[in-house]
Ligand binder design. Structure first.
Ligand code: ADP
Length: 276
């Protein structure tokens, strides 16, 4: 089990002793990669699901954990309506598109009020890390809750993550939160693999490029914090459409230009962790 010291920023160092976290490795997987965003609605779940599908199509064994307690997306994105079976001790992930899937959304009714979900966070983390029968995975992709609040912090502290990818749109308001997210992962000593600029621009029917949310902000933020800028994904209505149909674009249209981008990201992840 990893025991990692957490360095605090200079301003707080004097006041607080560095803390030590004991993180739980997830049994049944070689590498756990978290997909994070500072804000909701920037395309984190879309990225997580398409990245998982791209890795799977590259013949890797992949799991997808939707850890967003407040807004689970996986049931809809993968069109999964069944409940996971239990062997009495552990939950079996649901196999869809060749991917081992788990989501709080499989366990609760869609209508479960938010106020009941708060106290469920800790037990959900325990269930996800210790009580799911992940089997022989090369990669477990974790779709983290958005933000840098308690839920996200607890996940970052509890789960032994090998790396995190941060998704953002180029909007100034999103970038402010991204910076907070970067600082949090740095403090927690979770390796930031890089930043992705999602919905970076839109190419109109006239062939012109429209920077709807502004331009270059994610790359600039990556440079400012000396993190890798992994690339951009433009706005394409097909991405949303296929997600809504329950079969993300990499699954339904693997030859689409946008799918090729996800394959490139998957190649990168593979090359970072698996040397072949
Ligand atoms: P989050 O997980 O950050 O809340 P989602 O993945 O649910 O965000 O995406 C929010 C919305 O944006 C969804 O409707 C999704 O289909 C859409 N979306 C995400 N990425 C793109 C993209 N590159 N082009 C077009 N629509 C996108």
């Amino acid at each position: 089990m990893d025991e990692k010291k957490v360095g605090l920023s200079d301003t707080t160092k004097a006041k607080t002793e560095p803390k030590t976290f004991r993180r739980n490795p997830i049994v049944g997987t070689k590498f756990t990669i978290a997909i994070s965003s500072a804000k909701g609605g920037v395309g984190k779940s879309t990225f997580a699901s398409n990245l998982a599908l791209a890795l799977k199509k590259m013949d890797l064994s992949v799991g997808l954990l939707d850890a967003d307690i407040y807004g689970p997306s996986l049931p809809k994105l993968f069109s999964i309506n069944e409940k996971p079976e239990s062997d009495g001790q552990k939950l079996k992930p649901i196999l869809k598109y060749g991917i081992q899937c788990m989501s709080i959304g499989f366990l609760t009714e869609e209508q479960t009020p938010m106020i009941w979900r708060g106290p469920m966070v800790i037990s959900a983390i325990k269930t996800f890390t210790q009580k799911v029968l992940w089997k022989d995975l090369d990669f477990l992709i974790v779709d983290m809750p958005p933000g840098t609040g308690d839920t996200q912090l607890t996940f970052a502290q509890e789960i032994n993550m090998d790396g995190v990818i941060i998704i953002s749109t180029p909007q100034e308001i999103a970038l402010q939160d991204v910076k907070r997210g970067i600082r949090m992962f740095d403090k927690l000593k979770v390796k930031i693999l890089g930043l992705i600029d999602n919905m970076s621009h839109f190419i109109g029917d006239d062939g012109k490029k429209y920077a709807i949310f502004g331009e270059g902000g994610v790359k600039k933020t990556a440079e400012e914090f000396k993190k890798d800028f992994m690339g951009e994904i433009p706005i394409d209505p097909e991405v949303g459409k296929q997600g809504d149909l329950g079969s993300p674009i990499v699954e339904s249209k693997p030859d689409h230009e946008i799918s090729k981008k996800y394959f490139k990201f998957a190649e990168k992840i593979k090359s970072i962790y698996l040397l072949d």
